[in-house]
Design a protein around this ligand. Structure first.
Ligand code: S3P
Length: 440
């Protein structure tokens, strides 16, 4: 297991980072580019491990996917020409790959088994399997629980009208992908609006999709046209440096070309409510997705309440790093209605509370969130990532406010979403980051 010891006591921050491509959008570029016939190209693709798993899976279905740096060329003869793979399709740690793939395979001409790593194999798949079965999908499991491995035998599908019981873009997207192959018009009603990258990108591929507030409808039997996709920077990766700049002793960080789709920008609302200074400049839109540069300056922060149902999907992945931010804010920060955190890459409520409390934070765990009492000085110590990239990065950023070094256990997982993370942390801390690497 790879461990890093990070020394950043009393360091100021400064400089500019070009944030790597958005993970959600990168997955969808490969998926839609593989479904459409022709040559799709993508730029600023995220070469994190999750997205590389998605690329490899579509190669195994017979699609040519070439990645050079962050440029991708996808050449597909269209879904109808896919072949059943020789071996199980391995999603690694990626919930997005697994859940969207189940929806895509359901109406495809192939039969395939979908597998994942030890963490993904524990995560719930019933949330996609039930609605897909309602559409006629043949999905079977070797065990009683609906978890991976699952085998999908592609078949003829019929449209459904469905309201997922949890607000989940993965569930919505799985149904929409299946709906593309189904007879009739598939309709998804959401309890709260979730990220709409699938809908926006489907439009870029020439597919007609109707988005009305909380309802999305899609007519089956449409053929997409290959296109060019520009992936903006991932605000979920930017979040670590937003917080780094806010809690550092002093300094300013500029984050370039960060995606600003409003289904993803909940962290900016929270930071503003806490008194953090984030300015957005150079706003633009490319291929259906807005983006801009963020300029963040060290700020005095106060606690806040994060509980509105509609806000949750807009910042769910950022809650671990927001919890670290709250340990440095004066007053109480309350996070509620966030039970989904318990079924992410790890149980992020227990992981955040236990790991930050071990450094001196005062966090009460709730069934559906946490209460963070701040400000608390943090001391040096050990953070276990539990194999979860976002917990590992939270631990590394905590080193900026801890009075001693932080040892982060199992840092290899950070490459899942942000392979350049330590290089970027080194850059904005003016190479003050003294890293001790250990493997074992
Ligand atoms: C994602 C949706 C979210 C998010 C995940 C990526 C996506 O998950 O947490 O990191 O790309 O659709 P849920 O749909 O489970 O909320």
């Amino acid at each position: 297991m790879e461990t890093k010891t990070i020394h950043l006591q009393n360091v100021t921050v400064d400089g500019e980072i070009v944030i790597p491509g958005d993970k959600s959008i990168s997955h969808r570029a490969i998926m839609l580019g593989s479904i459409a016939s022709g040559k799709t190209t993508a730029e600023n693709f995220l070469t994190g491990e999750d997205c590389l798993k998605t690329a490899q899976i579509f190669r195994e279905l017979g699609v040519q996917v070439d990645i050079t740096g962050t440029d991708v060329v996808i050449e597909s003869a269209g879904m109808q020409k896919w072949q059943s793979p020789q071996r199980p399709l391995d999603c690694g740690n990626s919930g997005t790959t697994a859940r969207l793939l189940l929806g895509i395979l359901a109406g495809s001409p192939v039969t395939a088994t979908v597998v994942g790593d030890q963490y993904l194999s524990k995560r719930p798949m019933d949330r996609v399997v039930y609605p897909l079965r309602d559409m006629g999908a043949h999905i079977t499991s070797e065990q009683e629980e609906l978890v991976l491995p699952l085998t999908v035998q592609g078949t003829t599908l019929r449209a459904v009208e469905y309201t997922p019981p949890v607000a989940s873009a993965q569930v919505k997207s799985a149904i929409l992908f299946a709906g593309l192959q189904a007879s009739g018009t598939t309709v998804v009603h959401e309890l709260s609006k979730t990220r709409d990258h699938t809908e926006r990108m489907m439009e870029q591929f020439g597919l007609q999709i109707d988005e009305q507030k909380l309802t999305v409808s899609l007519r089956g039997g449409q053929d997409g046209k290959a296109t060019h996709v520009v992936v903006p920077g991932d605000i979920s990766s930017a979040a670590f440096f937003i917080v780094a700049a806010l809690i550092a002793k002093a300094g300013t960080i500029t984050l370039k070309k960060v995606g600003l789709n409003e289904t993803r920008t909940g962290i900016l609302d929270v930071v503003q409510a806490m008194g953090g200074q984030v300015d957005i400049v150079n706003r633009s839109t490319s291929v259906g997705e807005p983006y801009g540069d963020l300029v963040i300056t060290a700020s005095l922060l106060t606690g806040t309440t994060i509980e509105e149902e509609a806000l949750m999907p807009r910042l769910i992945d950022e809650l671990p790093i927001i919890a670290l931010l709250a340990t440095q804010a004066s007053g109480k920060t309350v996070i509620r209605n966030a039970a989904e955190l318990r079924v992410k890459e790890t149980d992020r409520i227990t992981a955040v509370a236990s790991q930050l409390n071990a450094l001196g934070a005062n966090i009460e765990e709730l069934e559906d969130g946490m209460i963070i009492h701040g400000p608390t000085p943090l001391h040096g110590g050990v953070i276990d990532s539990y194999g979860d990239h976002r917990i590992g990065m939270m631990g590394a950023i905590a080193a900026l406010v801890a009075d001693g070094p932080i040892e982060v256990k199992d840092t290899a997982c950070i490459a899942i979403s942000y392979p350049q993370f330590f290089k970027h942390l080194d850059k904005v801390t003016q190479s003050s980051l003294q890293l001790e690497d250990e493997s074992g």
